[in-house]
Design a binder for this molecule. Structure first.
Ligand code: AMP
Ligand code: MG
Length: 405
């Protein structure tokens, strides 16, 4: 049985980036930047005021106070978007709004709260140092600098930076197309009524959602029964597919159909992992594309997806950060784990004061999908750990960001 870190190395070595495309900036949220972005302009593009106030020569305000204000002649009112018509000379000021260009001659802005206006004059009631309340040209981003790196995921902040720099479209990684196939004689569609011996297929929609969550485009194939012929026919539909994802049909005692088809039509790289849940996991290549044969148990399928499919999908998009965030948490109870396997225990982890607390989400049977829904994290118990006690510190992988209690 293969250790999960070795398995991940094999997986990552066998997937590569799927290519790039340009998308409109407003559709780029969550996409992965495909090129470094070098600023062609300074940000801000000109010296401008950080305050509503008066642009002045700092020297004119030396010694100013409420009792002895500096009286300056106001030349004009300058709104954001305006262009100064006059330079500020000794004894002069310009009324200026936040974002308006600082007029020539001025070297500071006095905030309006420290002034009073009377006819054509302003009384400045406090001294100001040169440079105060001025946002310098290029202080945020300097022309020529690389300000966003390829492989970054685009968040609202990056989209704002790109807009500021004049990007209406943005080069991003193409979204990998993932064929999602559920196998099993027992499976019904969500809308079908239950009949004896049957269950509804939860893996197709859940795995498709996972694909979407991590930047892929799912192509959900019609469910197939556990026959080699039907699985084979489904897996031959290769057009446009970047990655295959099957669930079910990979465990010993099962009909092993996915493995059989893969060994005949493609190549199996590994098929058993020292993890719980998710041991019967097949990884290989089919028609030049990677294929994950996930176990049918719904929890196993989701846990295995997080550990192995997610990093592969991210790498296919050129992402640099492939690891899930981890915290050290205090576990709330006793847990017994099998030696020789890395175990992922569903837990709800919260931050109280400065300490993370992980509460085990009940019995850990790999068919208990609702406990996966209660969990926001997986406690990772290494292969040499057999028991943990309440109060022990455990490595905890955050599936979702921890809530604060
Ligand atoms: P298998 O890996 O095919 O042996 O399936 C293991 C368990 O997962 C069995 O109880 C199956 O009924 C269940 N299972 C398999 N595929 C699905 C699916 N798509 N949705 C829900 N449960 C499934
Ligand atoms: Mg099955």
């Amino acid at each position: 049985m293969l250790h999960p870190t070795e398995a991940l190395d094999i997986i990552l070595a066998s997937v590569s980036q799927v290519g790039t495309e340009k998308v409109p900036l407003e559709e780029s949220l969550g996409r992965t930047l495909a090129d470094d972005v070098r600023a062609a302009e300074d940000l801000p593009p000109f010296d401008n005021s950080a305050m509503d106030g008066y642009a002045v020569r700092a020297a004119d305000t030396a010694g100013a106070s409420e009792e002895h204000p500096a009286l300056l002649r106001v030349l004009e009112d300058l709104p954001a978007g305006g262009v100064p018509r006059c330079a500020v000379g000794a004894g002069e000021a310009v009324r200026i709004m936040t974002g308006a260009p600082v007029p020539a001659g001025a070297d500071a802005v006095v905030m309006v709260e420290k002034t009073s206006r009377c006819n054509g004059q302003v009384a400045v009631q406090a001294p100001v140092q040169p440079g105060v309340n001025i946002r310098r040209c290029g202080e945020d981003v300097r022309r020529g600098d690389v300000c966003l790196q390829s492989g970054m995921v685009l968040r609202p902040a990056e989209i704002g930076v790109l807009a500021s720099l004049g990007f209406a479209t943005v080069p991003v990684a193409r979204q990998p197309v993932v064929a999602v196939l559920s196998t099993g004689d027992e499976l019904l569609a969500p809308e079908e009524a239950l009949t004896p011996g049957k269950i509804r297929d939860s893996n197709s929609p859940a795995l498709a959602a996972m694909v979407r969550r991590y930047g892929g485009v799912p192509r959900v194939d019609p469910r197939v029964p556990d026959t080699v012929t039907e699985v084979e026919a489904a897996l031959r539909r290769v057009e446009g597919v970047d990655l295959y994802l099957t669930s079910g049909g990979v465990s010993v005692g099962d009909f092993d159909v996915v493995k059989e088809v893969l060994s005949r039509l493609g190549e199996i790289k590994f098929w058993r992992l020292a993890i719980k849940p998710g041991k019967p996991l097949v990884f290989g290549r089919l028609g030049g594309r990677p294929l994950f044969g996930l176990p049918g148990n719904p929890v196993s399928a989701l846990v295995a997806f997080e550990q192995f499919v997610r990093p592969a999908l991210l790498k296919m998009q050129g992402r640099r950060a492939l690891r899930k965030a981890e915290v050290t948490a205090v576990i709330n109870g006793y847990y017994k784990s099998r030696a020789g396997k890395v175990e992922f225990v569903r837990a709800h982890t919260t931050l109280r004061e400065t300490v993370y607390h992980a509460r085990i989400c009940g019995p850990q049977g790999s068919g208990r999908l609702s406990t996966m829904s209660q969990a926001n994290s997986l406690i990772v118990l290494p292969e040499d750990v057999t028991t943990v006690q309440a109060g022990d510190h455990v490595r905890t992988q955050m599936l979702d960001y921890p809530e604060v209690e």
